[in-house]
Design a protein around this ligand. Structure first.
Ligand SMILES: NC(=O)c1ccc[n+]([C@@H]2O[C@H](COP(=O)([O-])OP(=O)(O)OC[C@H]3O[C@@H](n4cnc5c(N)ncnc54)[C@H](OP(=O)(O)O)[C@@H]3O)[C@@H](O)[C@H]2O)c1
Length: 270
């Protein structure tokens, strides 16, 4: 896997999201000596990884920078980071709602800039990472970032950056929606009379088994749902509730629309 890794990886921020990416990279063989994390708290990250809270005077040659702080901090971070980021550095941003054009404006000297949207399950190699680059980014630079993301799970190139907020709503925010679903599923089990612990255990195992089965099956999830439902049986009555007036589909569409629209507001500086 050694060809996956940049000569040096410089993480700006290492919280929930970038932290999970780093966990997976280290588990897959990235040498911690090749990693520097800049975080204001200076809190340790992992054995062998250097943590700093002030910007260095220079970055090592062949550095890939990962922007993993909050989107609104871009201007502040760029003020210190852009002067030490030359054309040899490669920049990857996971900042939600932050366009390639904004990144280019803040880092004019950097040639290879890739916008990425990972999600939290990357930490166990079961994530989704969407990528997008503009024409100024070299083909090899884009491919190198794609290779770096490959141990994290599914990697999808998005040709049209205009779809990046839709992608973020689906896969970037998606784990939150699914965690909420699992929680509600378990609590509904409790509401109809099961113990909280047993309902939580059984809901989780049901979701896990169904997701894995759906991933392997030749048939679509829609067909699989019908296969659970015996004519005139219990499942059909339940599905009728989810399906009435397209209720579940409408709920999910409204959820993704709200998340997508927030990304558009953020891109406008909101
Ligand atoms: N959470 C997700 O599921 C997810 C998914 C995709 C993309 N994202 C994107 O990932 C980014 C981080 O989100 P998160 O959920 O990981 O947030 P988080 O857990 O709050 O992490 C933010 C990180 O930024 C660091 N930081 C704070 N101020 C900084 C500064 N001035 N300069 C440099 N670093 C600074 C923090 O340092 P300390 O550790 O020292 O406090 C922390 O490590 C956001 O841009 C978000 O849009 C998040």
């Amino acid at each position: 896997m050694s060809t996956l890794w940049p000569d040096h990886l410089f993480l700006v921020g290492c919280g929930n999201m970038a932290g999970q990416m780093l966990v997976r990279w280290l588990a897959c063989g990235l040498d911690p000596a090749r990693v520097t994390v800049l975080r204001p708290s200076g809190r340790a990250v992992a054995e062998g990884v250097r943590v700093i809270s002030e910007y260095p005077a220079t970055l090592p040659p062949g550095t890939t920078i990962l922007l993993g702080m909050k989107p609104y901090q871009l201007a502040d971070v760029a003020e210190s980071l852009a002067p030490i980021s030359d054309g040899e550095a490669r920049l990857v941003s996971i900042l939600a709602g932050t366009r390639l054009a904004d990144l280019r404006q803040h880092f004019p000297a950097v040639r290879d800039i890739v916008r990425a949207m990972p999600n939290l399950p990357v930490g166990i190699g079961g994530g989704v990472t969407a990528l997008c680059a503009d024409e100024r980014t070299a083909v090899e630079g884009y491919a190198a970032v794609e290779a770096l993301m490959s141990p994290l799970g599914l990697v999808e190139r998005i040709a049209d950056e205009g779809q990046f907020n839709e992608v973020t709503a689906l896969s970037g925010c998606g784990p939150a929606f699914l965690f909420r679903f699992i929680d509600a599923f378990a609590r509904a089990g409790e509401a109809i009379g099961l113990s909280a612990e047993q309902a939580a255990r059984m809901a989780m195992a049901t979701v896990w088994g169904s997701a894995n089965m759906a991933k392997q099956a030749a048939d679509s999830p829609g067909v699989l749902a019908d296969r659970v439902a015996s004519p005139g049986g219990m499942t059909r009555e339940g599905l009728n509730v989810l399906d009435a007036d397209g209720r579940l589909l409408k709920l999910m569409t409204d959820t993704l629309t709200a998340a997508r629209d927030r990304g558009e507001e953020m891109a406008r500086g909101g």
